[in-house]
Design a protein around this ligand. Structure first.
Ligand SMILES: Nc1ncnc2c1ncn2[C@@H]1O[C@H](COP(=O)(O)OP(=O)(O)OP(=O)(O)O)[C@@H](O)[C@H]1O
Length: 830
C-alpha cells in the first residue's frame, strides 16, 4: 500500500492583458509557492479585505511559458507510471471557465504541439506496452460526460447525436460492497495507440456535436476519460487491473459572479452544486476523524470516489488566469487546491487472480497430480498416447539428443507411458546407430528390437494417416483464406477508389492503412450528385461534406462560401499543408529507409564474401586460427554496418514520430470539418427561418397589392429568396420579369447580402452566376432546369425554389407543364 497526499500543481494561462501582480517560486525546498499581491482597492471585493498578499503552496507551479510537453512530463507521466505498475491514478483539472482545463487535459485543436495530457498519455502507455515484452497488456477506454447530474456515454459510435440527450444515458449503480458501477457506459478495447486516439476523437466529436447552447464549449459539464488497464505475465493467473481517470471539470466560477438567469442559472446551480459537493467531500476528507464522507450526493463525487481519499494516486492541476479581472477566481481556485492537498489516499496494488486463468491452471495441476499419483501407486494408465503426444515426445527426444549440454534433461512429467515410450525411442536410435555391427548378434535382443520397430512402424503408419488428414484440412483452410483475402482486397479497393475520388486531404499514399480505412468508412456522396457544382466546388465541398448528410446544390454553394469565410478556414488550410509536408517527409524517410536497408544488405554480402575469401586462403595455407587475426577490411565493413544500422533505427524513430503527428493532424482536420458542418447547419437554419419570416410578411403585403396574380408567390422559395452566398436575383435573367416591383419576394429583388447573425459573413453572388472557388464568375446558370425555365419565359411569375434538388426539379416540372397547358389554351385565357 502506498500512502500519499493528493499532489497539487498550478498552471497559469498565458495572457496578453495586464496581469495581476503575482510571483512564482519553484526553488523552495518543500515545493513551490504562488503569491498574489492584490492592491487595496481590488482587495475590497474579497472575503478578507485586510489582506494584500495571498500565498499558496503547490508541488510546482507552471508559469505562462510552460508547454504541453513539460506538463505531461511533470504531471501526467508519473501518474501513468503508477497506473502501469497496477495502481489507480487520476489527474483532474480544476479552475474557472476559460482558464485552460480542456487545453491542459485534451489539448488545443489547432496545433500538433498543443496535444494535451490525454493523447500524450495514450502515446506513452502504448509505447511502454510495446517495450515490455514480459507482460501482456490490454487496455479499454471509456469516456463519460456528466451534465446536470446525468451521465452520457461519449463513445457512442452511431454518430447521430445532435443533442446531448441523444447520447446513451449512464446510470450509477452501487453493489452491496459499495462498489460503484456505471450502467450503459461503454468500455471499448483499443489494441493500439491509433485505436485509442480514434476513441478520444470520437468522444471529443460527440462532446462538440452534442453541445447545447446551454452547454457551450464544455464549460458546464464534467468529462472523464478513463483508461482501464489489465496487465499479466504470460501463463500467470495473476492480473493487475488499474484505472487512469483524466478529468476535465466544469468551470468553477461562482454563480454570483456569472450574472446568469433562467435555464443558465439552473444549470450553473447544478454545476455549482456538483462542484460544491466535490468541495464538501474534500473538506470532509481533509478533516481528521470524519467518519462519513458524502460521496453519494452527486454523480461526480460518486464516480471519483476512489480518486478522492481512496485507492488512487491522484493529482490536481489548478488552472488559473492571472489577468486582473480574474484574480479573485484564481485565488479561490488556489484555496480549493490547498484543501485538496490535505487529502490522504491509500493506493493499493490492484492484483487479483483471474478466475478463468486460475481454473485452467488448477486443471493442469490436477492432471499432473493424477499422473504423479498413478506413478507412485504403480497404477497404470491404459489409454493410448495420442498422435500429438507421440510427435511431441519425438521432438523432445530429438532436442535432448541434439543438445550438447550434458546437464540438459529430458523432462516428461510423471507419466509412465511417456517415459516408456521415450526409452523405447532412445533404444531404437541407439540400435540404429550401432547399425549392422550389432544387428542380429543377439537373437533375443534382436526380436525385442524388431517388436519395438514394428510397434513404432505401426504408430508412424497411424500418425502418417493423421498427418495426411491434417494436411488436407490445412490445404482446405488455405484455399478458404485465399478466397477471403481476395474478397477483402476487392472490397478494400472499391472503398479506397471511392474515397480517393473525394478525399484529397487523406489521399497521401504514405498515410497508414488504418487511416485509409478511416477514410473509406466515411459516408460518401453518390456519383452524379454534384453535376451542377463546378469541379473546384466539388473538390473542396466534398472534402468537408464527407461527414455530414448530402447537401442540395444551393446549399453546397452556400457551404462553399461559408468554408471560405469561416474563422477556422486558415487553420484547416495550415493543417492541410502541414499534413502534406509531413506526408512528403514520410515518403522521403521511407526512401531513405529502403536505401539504408539495401546498403546494409550489400555490406553484409561484402562481409560474408570477405570471410569466405579469408577462410579459403586459410584453408590453402593450412592456417587454422585465422578468425582471430585482425582484418582491417572486415573491421571496416562491420563498422559501416553498425553505422547503417544506427541510421536505420533513427530513421524508424523519425518515421514513427511522423506517423503519430500525421494521425493527429488527420484527427484535427476531421474535428475541424465536423465543427464546420455543425456551424454551417446552425447558421443555415437561422438564415432560413429569418428569410422565411421576412418573406412571409412581405408576401402577405404583396398579395394585397396584386390580387390578380395567377401564380402565387411562395413565401420562402421565390427567386428573390437566395440561399446564403447563392445567386438569388434575376437581374441577369431578362426572361423573368417582376410582377410586383418593390415587393421583397418578387423577382426584381436585387442582391441581398445575407450576413449571418452568427458565423462568418457571406458575400452576395449575382443570380445565374456560378462563382467558382478561385473567385471567377461564369455566366452559366446554376442548372439546366434553370436554363430551360428561362427559355420557357415564365412571365409575371415568381418561382419558388427550396434549395432541395429533387423538390426544385418537381416544382420546375410543374411550372413547365402549366406553361404548356396555358399556351395550348391560348393567350386569351392566360
Ligand atoms: N496554456 C495555454 N496556452 C495557450 N492557450 C491556452 C492555454 N490555456 C488555455 N488556452 C486557450 O484558452 C482558451 C480557453 O481554454 P480552455 O477551453 O481550455 O478553458 P477551460 O478552462 O477548459 O474552459 P471551460 O471551463 O469553459 O471548459 C482556449 O482557446 C485555449 O486554447
Amino acid at each position: 500500500m502506498v500512502k500519499h497526499t493528493i499532489q497539487i500543481f498550478g498552471r497559469i494561462k498565458p495572457t496578453k492583458k495586464t496581469a495581476a501582480v503575482y510571483s512564482v517560486d519553484n526553488e523552495e525546498q518543500t515545493g513551490a509557492s504562488l503569491e498574489f499581491v492584490v492592491p487595496r482597492d481590488l482587495a475590497d471585493g474579497f472575503v478578507n479585505n485586510k489582506r494584500e498578499c495571498y500565498k499558496f503552496r503547490f508541488q510546482k507551479v507552471f508559469d505562462q511559458t510552460t508547454n504541453q510537453e513539460e506538463i505531461f512530463e511533470h504531471i501526467a507521466k508519473p501518474v501513468a507510471d503508477s497506473v502501469l505498475a497496477g495502481y489507480n491514478g487520476t489527474v483532474f483539472a480544476y479552475g474557472q471557465t476559460g482558464s485552460g482545463k480542456t487545453f491542459t487535459i485534451t489539448g488545443g485543436a489547432e496545433r500538433y504541439s498543443d496535444r494535451g495530457i490525454v493523447p500524450r498519455t495514450l502515446s506513452y502507455l502504448y509505447e511502454c506496452f510495446s517495450q515490455d515484452s514480459n507482460m501482456i497488456y490490454t487496455a479499454h477506454i471509456s469516456y463519460l460526460e456528466i451534465y446536470n447530474e446525468m451521465g452520457y456515454d461519449l463513445l457512442d459510435s452511431r454518430n447521430k447525436a445532435s443533442r446531448l440527450e441523444d447520447l446513451p444515458k449512464v446510470l450509477i449503480m452501487e453493489d452491496p460492497d459499495h462498489n460503484i458501477h456505471l450502467r450503459n457506459l461503454s468500455l471499448q478495447q483499443s489494441a493500439n495507440e491509433e485505436e485509442a486516439l480514434n476513441l478520444l476523437f470520437l468522444g471529443d466529436t460527440n462532446r462538440m456535436i452534442a453541445e447545447t447552447p446551454m452547454n457551450q464549449a464544455s464549460t458546464r459539464s464534467h468529462c472523464i476519460f478513463t483508461v482501464h488497464l489489465c496487465r499479466r505475465e504470460p501463463g500467470s493467473a495473476t492480473v493487475r487491473r488499474s484505472k487512469l481517470h483524466l478529468v476535465d471539470l466544469a468551470g468553477s466560477d461562482r454563480v454570483s459572479k456569472t450574472g446568469l438567469n433562467g435555464q443558465l442559472l439552473t444549470e450553473a446551480k447544478y454545476i455549482n452544486l456538483s462542484l460544491h459537493y466535490l468541495e464538501q467531500v474534500i473538506i470532509a476528507l481533509s478533516e481528521k476523524n470524519r467518519s462519513h464522507i458524502p460521496y453519494r450526493n452527486s454523480m461526480l463525487t460518486s464516480v471519483l470516489r476512489d480518486s478522492l481519499g481512496g485507492n488512487c494516486m491522484t493529482t490536481m492541476i489548478a488552472t488559473m488566469a492571472v489577468d486582473r479581472r480574474n484574480i479573485d477566481e484564481s485565488i479561490s481556485t488556489c484555496r480549493f487546491a490547498q484543501r485538496v492537498a490535505l487529502i490522504k489516499n491509500e493506493a493499493i496494488l490492484n492484483e487479483e487472480l483471474d478466475p478463468a486463468l486460475l481454473i485452467a491452471r488448477l486443471k493442469r495441476e490436477i492432471v499432473s497430480l493424477k499422473e504423479e499419483l498413478a506413478m507412485v501407486t504403480g497404477e497404470q494408465r491404459d489409454d493410448q498416447l495420442t498422435v500429438e503426444d507421440i510427435q511431441k515426445l519425438e521432438e523432445l527426444v530429438k532436442a535432448f539428443l541434439d543438445d550438447p549440454d550434458p546437464d540438459f534433461t529430458l523432462s516428461l512429467g510423471p507419466d509412465m507411458r511417456k517415459i516408456q515410450y521415450c526409452f523405447s525411442l532412445l533404444k531404437i536410435i541407439i540400435l540404429d546407430q550401432q547399425g549392422g555391427r550389432n544387428k542380429h548378434s543377439d537373437g533375443q535382443d534382436s526380436s525385442a528390437a524388431t517388436g519395438m520397430q514394428e510397434e513404432k512402424e505401426e504408430n508412424s503408419h497411424h500418425s502418417a494417416a493423421e498427418v495426411d488428414k491434417l494436411k488436407e484440412m490445412l490445404q482446405q483452410r488455405d484455399s478458404e483464406i485465399r478466397i477471403l483475402i481476395k474478397m477483402l482486397k476487392k472490397e478494400k479497393k472499391g472503398a479506397e477508389d471511392a474515397a480517393a475520388q473525394f478525399a484529397n486531404i487523406t489521399s497521401d499514399q504514405t498515410a497508414s492503412p488504418q487511416s485509409a480505412s478511416r477514410v473509406s468508412t466515411m459516408p460518401l456522396l453518390k456519383e452524379g450528385s454534384m453535376d451542377t457544382v463546378s469541379a473546384n466546388h466539388a473538390g473542396r465541398a466534398v472534402q468537408y461534406m464527407q461527414r455530414g448528410p448530402q447537401l442540395s446544390v444551393g446549399k453546397k454553394e452556400a457551404f462553399e462560401n461559408f468554408i471560405r469565410d469561416h474563422e477556422d478556414h486558415l487553420t484547416i488550410e495550415d493543417n492541410k499543408s502541414l499534413l502534406k509536408q509531413r506526408s512528403a517527409e514520410t515518403r522521403t524517410l521511407r526512401e531513405q529507409l529502403n536505401e539504408s536497408r539495401n546498403r546494409i544488405t550489400e555490406l553484409k554480402k561484402q562481409l560474408e564474401m570477405r570471410r569466405r575469401q579469408r577462410a579459403a586462403h586459410a584453408a590453402m595455407a593450412n592456417h587454422t586460427n585465422f578468425e582471430e587475426e585482425y582484418d582491417p577490411v572486415e573491421e571496416n565493413l562491420c563498422k559501416h554496418i553498425e553505422q547503417e544500422k544506427l541510421a536505420y533505427k533513427s530513421t524508424i524513430g523519425h518515421l514513427k514520430a511522423l506517423r503519430t503527428e500525421i494521425e493527429h493532424l488527420q484527427l484535427l482536420l476531421e474535428r475541424s470539418k465536423t465543427k464546420l458542418h455543425k456551424d454551417f447547419h446552425k447558421w443555415w437554419s437561422q438564415e432560413v427561418s429569418s428569410v422565411q419570416e421576412s418573406e412571409s410578411g412581405a408576401t402577405a403585403r404583396c398579395h394585397m397589392g396584386s390580387p390578380n396574380e395567377t401564380l402565387q408567390p411562395f413565401p420562402a422559395g421565390t427567386p428573390g429568396f437566395r440561399a446564403p452566398g447563392l445567386s438569388s436575383t434575376t437581374r441577369d435573367s431578362p426572361a423573368v420579369q417582376d410582377p410586383n416591383p418593390g415587393c421583397p419576394s418578387s423577382s426584381s429583388q436585387e442582391i441581398r447580402s445575407i450576413t449571418p447573425r452568427s458565423g462568418p459573413p457571406l458575400r452576395a453572388v449575382p443570380a445565374w452566376n456560378n462563382t467558382s472557388l478561385d473567385g471567377q464568375v461564369t455566366d452559366s446558370p446554376p442548372s439546366s432546369e434553370w436554363r430551360a425555365l428561362a427559355s420557357t419565359t415564365v412571365s409575371s411569375s415568381s418561382i419558388p425554389m427550396t434549395g432541395d434538388q429533387q423538390t426544385d426539379a418537381d416544382i420546375l416540372a410543374f411550372v413547365r407543364a402549366r406553361q404548356n397547358l396555358l399556351s395550348r389554351a391560348g393567350p386569351a385565357q392566360q
